[in-house]
Design a protein around this ligand. Sequence first.
Ligand code: GUN
Length: 286
Amino acid sequence: MADIIDGRAIARQLDEKTKAEVDALVAAGHPVPGLTVILVGEDPASEVYVRRKIKACEKVGIKSTEHRLAEDTSQEDLLALIDTLNADPEVHGILCQVPLPDHIDTRLVLRSITPEKDVDGFHPVNVGRLSTGTGGIVPCTPLGVMLLLRSVIPDLTGKDVVVIGKSNIVGKPVANLLLDAEATVTVTHIYTHGLPDICRQADVIVAAAGAPELVKGYWVKDDAVIIDVGITRIEGEDGKTKLVGDVAFDECQHAKAITPVPGGVGPMTIACLLANTVQAARALTV
Ligand code: GUN
């Protein structure tokens, strides 16, 4: 049986480290790290995510503030709020929850957050820093993927890694982080020819295509490590809905280790957001 990579446990360990860092900063006379979350409109999924983020801040001692704006908030008003937060010395991290309403230019808004406070790592300056290996804030899910992977393979030098998915939020940044870790990286996607054969060569598969149970057991070589970033709600054979990843989990028990869905990558994302907020606070104040 494959080892299960316990994302909840690894996220808890990261939270403990983050809390210790918050305590040390405050003990040294620095301000309490502060994260501001902006939510425009009432998207139910976004409401859940934002609530989780705020609650997670409390656990580690980060001061969180929330700006809930009406669905019909103008782009101008949102940009003005971000300007104010950019200049606020008590705010070290700014997260504007996406998706934003259609009348708002998401790219413009995400670019208006100062790169030093961009705890999502979405700003082009942070994207550029990541792709050139020159620091900056790393997006939360890719950072979480790397921490999970390193819990099984501390040294990725020369490992053959196949990334499935080319999104700006996961696929591309994960590929850059893996290259920085000296892995040999093949970036693929759902239109890649011969994907099963390519995956079968891999020491590590990072599945981030958003395609439920795309990766079958025969795509996976014995003793490969699988990080499953996908999470989709589907209807099971019993008619009940369930969450599944991009990997057919039950077929992949010959792997060395695999992340479950849920309980794998998901919990790491918020823990990495908290870690990024403390990193931003330190860079802005120490
Ligand atoms: N919506 C869903 N996930 C995220 C995230 O990680 N950051 C932001 N800003 N919005 C999201």
